[in-house]
Each structure stands twice: as structure tokens, then as C-alpha cells.
Write a new protein. Structure first.
Length: 304
């Protein structure tokens, strides 16, 4: 075992006994939610996973060590202000320099695989970013897509944020031969919206069906599976409001010259303010539902 990896006793016991474990990322908590609410949501996600019969393993880097499963005190530390955001490329420097950091989808998936965890719940996958100004080429492509193509972990999410380029992201997933499976949906979700304009090639309607797909896929390739679960219907943003905020937000980015990695956080903040907090509620509830689905699928997978 790597000296830079510590697996919580509860997670180790579950793995040795063949029980279900679900990985949870920490960037959502450190960067995606307001202070105070993030700790509440982090604890809630772990409860949801437990209630569905699995063991939660929230992942983060503390003092240069990747922790697979956090104590309540460590979870509180992750939810404190100022934590760095660590993708897969950042793990080596963070280890060597003994830094703290919240793990993204890419780094969480890689660490989950290293710990023998097969299912991972998050809010949204990273993807191809919208270009500013519109119509220009975008070279901003999330590392999440490459990691998913090379790491045998199933990511349960609500698609990609609708402030990303969904069409381009779907094309990249196809190019990388990552199976995209809709959970009780025929459409690729748009995070705040239950449906985008893009259909999914495969659909499952039960955790057992999802587990069967994952198990079959693992027999011939080392890539992951993307299981997309739409935001609960009662928390979906009004589509007209969503489209107006996206259009106005993109115009504001161009006006202010915001580029690259600053685009997504700026748009998220614009959505939060413009929706009266509805986008934050959608974010919270969709990741909670994804944690439940991931746990149910992990339980079925562990029994195969």
C-alpha cells in the first residue's frame, strides 16, 4: 500500500467482507457549496449511503495523504475555507509538499480504484467547457473524461452541468468508448435540467440492471461506466429561466473577459443569484439522489 494512501478501518472491513462501498468526492463540499451548508450536505450524503446498505468513503487529501473515508473531524476540515482543488495531475505535488486538498471527479475516481472501490457518486461530471466568445475553439476539456476512459469505476452523476458544452462532451465520451447508461431516462441529463437534446444509447431501470451492465463491461475493458441519473423532478430548474440565465451569463463572461477555469465558477454564481437559490437546491438534491442510486447499485454489484 502506498504511504500516501490511508483507508479507513470501516472501508477496509467492508471491502474484506465483500460489502458495498461508495466513494464520494470532496470538491463538491469544498468548492461547490456555501460554508456551513457544505458540512451538512457531506454528513447527509454519508447517511444516505448507509441507509441504502453501503459504506460511504468520502475522499480527500490531508497533510499529503489521501484518505479513503473520513472521520467527522476530517470532514469538517475538508469543509473549511481555502482548501485547494486537486485533480489527478495535482496528487503528486500535494503528496510531496504535504498539502491539503479536495479531490475532483478525476482524482477521486483514481483513488477509489486504488482502494478497490467500484462505484462513485457525484453531482456532475466535468466535460468540454463552453468557449468564450461563443463559436471560438475550446481547449478546456476536463481530465474527468480521460480518467473515466482508463479507470474501471462507475460514476453516478446527473450528466454534466448545462453550463458546459454538452454536445461536445457526449462526443468525447463516445470517442473514448465510455458507455453512457441512463438510469430511468432516455436522455443525457443537463444537471439542472432532467433532459438535454441528446439521447443515451442505453437505459436501465433498476439497480440490478445497472449492476449487470457494470459487471459485463468489466469483463473485457478497464474503462469506467457513466450512469446518468436526472435531477429529481421537483428540483429541476424552470427551462426558460435556465436558458435565459445561461444566455445572460455567457454575455457577461465575454463582457468581463472571463476565460478558462474561471468560466464555470463565475457561471455557477450567476445561476445561484439569478435563480434565487433554486440552482443550489437542485445541486444539493441531485447529488443526494445520486448517492442513493450509487449505494443501491453498489449493493447489487457486491452480491454478484
Amino acid at each position: 500500500m502506498s504511504p500516501h494512501l490511508v483507508i479507513a478501518d470501516e472501508v477496509t472491513a467492508a471491502r474484506s467482507e465483500g460489502r458495498a462501498v461508495v466513494a464520494l468526492e470532496s470538491t463538491l463540499l469544498a468548492h461547490g457549496l456555501p460554508q456551513g451548508r457544505n458540512l451538512e450536505v457531506g454528513a447527509r450524503l454519508e447517511r444516505i449511503v448507509r441507509d441504502a446498505g453501503a459504506v460511504p468513503a468520502t475522499i480527500a487529501v490531508l497533510d499529503g495523504v489521501a484518505h479513503i473515508g473520513l472521520t467527522p473531524e476530517q470532514l469538517q476540515r475538508v469543509c473549511s475555507p481555502g482548501l485547494a482543488k486537486l485533480s489527478l495531475r495535482d496528487l503528486g505535488p500535494a503528496y510531496a509538499l504535504k498539502r491539503d486538498g479536495a479531490t475532483t471527479v478525476a482524482s477521486t475516481a483514481a483513488l477509489a480504484h486504488q482502494a478497490g472501490i467500484k462505484v462513485f457518486a457525484t453531482g456532475g461530471l466535468g466535460g468540454v467547457h463552453l468557449s468564450v466568445p461563443a463559436g471560438s475553439a475550446s481547449w478546456d476539456v476536463s481530465a474527468d473524461l480521460d480518467v473515466l476512459a482508463t479507470t474501471p469505476v462507475t460514476v453516478v452523476c446527473s450528466g454534466v452541468k448545462s453550463i458546459l458544452d454538452i454536445a461536445a462532451t457526449v462526443e468525447v465520451l463516445e470517442t473514448k468508448s465510455v458507455p453512457v447508461v441512463g438510469y430511468r431516462t432516455d436522455y443525457f441529463p443537463g444537471f439542472y435540467l432532467r433532459e438535454s437534446a441528446h439521447t443515451v444509447p442505453w437505459r436501465v431501470d433498476t439497480p440490478a440492471e445497472a449492476a449487470a451492465v457494470i459487471a459485463a463491461h468489466s469483463t473485457f475493458t478497464a474503462s469506467g461506466v457513466l450512469l446518468v441519473n436526472p435531477v429529481p423532478v421537483e428540483y429541476e430548474l424552470d427551462r426558460e429561466l435556465h436558458d435565459r440565465l445561461l444566455s445572460e451569463g455567457m454575455a457577461l463572461l465575454q463582457e468581463r473577459g472571463i476565460r478558462g477555469k474561471d468560466v464555470t465558477p463565475a457561471l455557477l454564481e450567476f445561476f445561484h443569484n439569478g435563480s434565487g437559490g433554486a440552482s443550489l437546491s437542485a445541486n444539493t438534491e441531485l447529488v443526494a439522489d445520486n448517492a442513493r442510486v450509487a449505494a443501491e447499485v453498489a449493493v447489487q454489484l457486491s452480491s454478484r
